[in-house]
Design a protein. Structure first.
Length: 361
């Protein structure tokens, strides 16, 4: 079982461990290490250099090349590549799908470009209320937190719920107390705030729109992984929707809606207007179709998005990995920040809709 370990000396005693303070390591992508970050030891437990696959997302919405500057596009592509590279290095060393998914999410939570952790969107109460979840496909163990406001990395709180609580989902103050009791890093609320998100909130409040529209909603983060042991995991983290009601909980911490993993079928992470993903049980639906009617991963994902989600009037997308190592993406928005990597050398990042020739246009 993974443990949160404070102190590099302790961590260094574990064979094959990686620590977040190991700034020079090839495991750590640029920008991951912060002096305030908890030290984490990941214990390698799978054979090194065997088949694995992963996918990540950084939110879905209206992304058009015309309205995105070359610099912004390059920044997103670089971060997604860095994060996947850190996942690749962990998997090549035999780290688990669960640890790898968690680690990649932490990297995205720490990057203010994304709507998770630092840089999360504001709720109508003018604070950042964050949700996260993580699921282990082996036994279908899961942990989640909702509406946390001071836990530096919400995904670590979700993981602590998975590892050390008898519950699946803790919310608000209770989740924060639990995170404190587990020794997770607690930060002032201001840590999460950025001017860009403040401006989006003020604009939204002025328009009197309770929820954000696809034009301004980007940046929930997710990861799905199949490791060298053949195990699957999924993880998702978000600030939710700009100007959401105080106390609103989206799909991200709801197992089966925003996140799902079952070793026998698939691991899925979602992004989009959460209410529809909850109503459609979108992430679990993918695995259910694979189980009951034997659909391949991509077919089941396309059904979940283009039939079920569309039918409800929802918008967003999902990423998935299958038990066979296949990787899939499906979305009904203009674009989705996304990437995939495999042990066969694939490392690709896409943002926009694909054109007829399969290019990221
Ligand atoms: N699914 C998230 C939520 O509804 C938001 C998003 O993915 O953009 O909270």
């Amino acid at each position: 079982m993974t443990r949160f370990i404070t102190g590099c000396a302790t961590a260094a005693l574990l064979a094959g461990c990686v620590t977040a303070q190991d700034a020079g390591s090839e495991i750590m992508a640029k920008g991951f290490v912060d002096p305030g970050m908890s030290v984490i030891a990941y214990e390698a437990r799978c054979p090194a250099n065997v088949a694995w696959s992963l996918a990540i997302h950084g939110g879905a919405g209206v992304m058009q090349r015309e309205s995105m500057s070359a610099q912004t596009e390059a920044d997103y592509r670089a971060t997604l590549t860095d994060v996947m590279s850190s996942g690749r290095d962990m998997l090549n060393r035999g780290h688990s799908a669960l640890d790898t998914a968690q680690h990649m999410i932490m990297g995205l939570e720490d990057d203010p470009k994304f709507n998770a952790g630092k840089g999360a969107v504001f709720s109508a109460a003018r604070i950042n209320e964050m949700d996260a979840s993580i699921m282990d496909g082996r036994q279908r163990d899961a942990g989640a937190v909702s509406s946390v406001t001071v836990v530096r990395n919400p995904i670590l709180a979700a993981r602590a719920v998975l590892d050390y609580s008898r519950h699946v989902l803790l919310s608000g103050e209770g989740a924060e107390q639990f995170a404190r009791s587990q020794g997770l890093t607690i930060v002032p609320r201001e840590y999460f705030q950025t001017q860009r998100r403040r401006d989006q909130l003020e604009k939204k409040l002025a328009q009197k729109q309770a929820y954000n529209t696809p034009e301004t909603r980007f940046g929930t983060v997710g990861a799905v992984v199949k490791d060298g042991c053949g195990d699957l995991a999924a993880a998702t983290s978000t600030g939710g929707l700009t100007a959401k009601e105080f106390g609103r909980v989206g799909d991200t911490p709801i197992i089966g809606a925003g996140t799902y993993a079952d070793n026998k079928y698939c691991a899925v992470s979602a992004t989009g207007t959460g209410e529809y993903f909850i109503r459609g049980g979108i992430s679990k639906l993918v695995c259910t179709r694979m189980e009951y009617i034997g659909e391949p991963l991509q077919t089941a994902m396309d059904y979940a998005i283009h039939t079920e989600l569309d039918g409800l009037g929802g918008d967003g997308g999902i990423i998935g990995v299958g038990a066979d190592g296949s990787v899939g993406f499906s979305f009904n928005t203009k674009g989705m920040y996304r990437g995939a990597a495999t042990s066969t050398g694939v490392m690709r990042v896409e943002i926009f809709e694909l054109n007829e020739s399969g290019e990221d246009k």
